[in-house]
Design a protein around this ligand. Structure first.
Ligand SMILES: *Cc1c(COP(=O)(O)O)cnc(C)c1O
Length: 387
């Protein structure tokens, strides 16, 4: 089976990990701050806070922004459930904004309309989590200006977008947002096994997220309530968690970051090659906003079902039967049973629902060979020709 995504682990990565295993520090050693330094330097963010995965990063990001009971978080329905769950973890209410049919990201016009309506009812959101679907950044300039006008904070869920750019600036620099979240799960752009990071330019948010990832404990006398009575002294001043990344993971991250740009450029060439070979088929290939550079995490096509005459399921099953690990991103979050129990229903976000019914993610990963890609293309031609 040609998988839809696949990590690349090389000898250098293995050496870096083994070096940590032979060292004094498996966790809370020098590798985590080193990895954070690499991420901050690459993105030009002031601070990078490494954690155990992107879900934890989203959670501490929401808490640092004081999301809690009585607050409201909006996100895109076309995402992994974690982008919405982080609001529920904090006791906040969650709502969604429908997607743009071209980018599959949150629609800025739908966001603007929903903000205008919600201002009249006094229900504007406290935090909006935007998701850079497939690795293509959202229109952050527009979303940033709406945030100023309506007074909400922005978290970018950039789990797909490590190495992407908006208006020639790297995602992670927080130009138009408060916090940017990365995932280092093996299917994403670079990996640490499990891993994530929250980046920010705000010193207070960084301090808070650092404390929250380690039990809410501080060793900084300036943040303490009492005077330290010895060098051992620490204080718990927030209710935090153990959301730490290990040095083993961070060493893998430092090593993987040296290949990030080549990963993204391999993904880009493969994506352009798909564009070319799929041009004659009844499918929509991914539209690219010229102000952005996508990290190309996913290559999602939309089937023109009225021209095809067979169902998406038959096409998907046909690809799987030919050894092609196609996938679907995403089942709209509001249609998950847990969210339906909160009152959401089919019909609430029609663009995301329609996208879900038509979309298929084709295999794409940086070490994919042209032979593998040709096999995907010919399987797709085959299943689309049977109609
Ligand atoms: C993968 C992913 C997450 C969760 O990342 P983990 O590191 O697995 O917690 C969150 N949001 C999006 C959009 C993702 O793709």
């Amino acid at each position: 089976m040609i998988p839809y995504g696949c990590q690349d682990v090389q000898e250098d990565d293995i050496r870096a990990v083994v070096e940590v295993l032979r060292s004094d520090w498996l966790t809370q050693g020098p590798k985590v701050p080193e990895f954070e330094g690499v991420l901050a330097e690459f993105t030009k963010a002031e601070h990078a806070v490494a954690v155990g995965n992107a879900t934890e990063a989203l959670h501490v990001a929401c808490l640092a922004l004081h999301l809690g009971p009585g607050s409201l978080l909006w996100t895109s329905p076309n995402t992994f459930v974690a982008s919405a769950n982080c609001g529920l973890y904090c006791g906040a209410r969650v709502d969604f904004v429908d997607i743009d049919p071209r980018t599959y990201n949150m629609s800025t016009s739908a966001l603007q309309e929903k903000l205008e309506q919600s201002e009249r009812t006094g229900e504007t959101p406290d935090v909006v989590v935007v998701v850079h679907h497939s690795g293509q950044p959202c229109d952050m300039a527009m979303i940033g200006s709406l945030a100023q006008r309506y007074g909400f904070r922005i978290i970018e869920d950039a789990s797909h977008a490590v190495g992407a750019e908006f208006e020639a600036e790297r995602v992670g620099g927080c130009r138009h947002s408060d916090i940017v979240v990365f995932s280092f799960h093996p299917v994403k752009i670079i990996t640490t096994g499990e891993g994530g990071a929250a980046l920010t330019n705000n010193d207070d948010l960084a301090d808070r997220m650092r404390r929250l990832r380690s039990h809410g404990i501080t060793r900084d006398p300036h943040s303490m309530k009492n005077l330290p009575d010895g060098a051992w002294y620490y204080e718990q001043i927030d209710l935090g968690f153990n959301y730490r990344m290990t040095d083993i993971q961070a060493a893998l991250g430092v090593s993987q970051m040296t290949r990030l740009e080549s990963y993204v450029s391999n993904r880009e060439s493969l994506a352009l090659r798909y564009d070319e070979f799929l041009a004659t088929l009844p499918v929509k290939t991914p539209w690219q906003d010229s102000r952005t550079k996508s990290a190309r995490h996913l290559y999602a096509i939309r089937l023109e079902l009225e021209r095809i005459g067979v169902s998406r399921k038959e096409i998907f099953d046909g690809l799987r039967a030919s050894g092609i690990g196609a996938n679907i991103h995403y089942i709209p979050v509001h249609l998950q049973p847990y969210y339906q129990d909160l009152g959401f229903k089919y019909g609430d976000f029609p663009e995301a629902e329609r996208y879900y019914e038509e979309a298929i993610s084709l295999p794409l990963f940086p070490t994919m060979t042209y032979d593998q890609q040709d096999a995907v293309v010919s399987a797709l031609h085959h299943v689309l020709a049977v109609s």
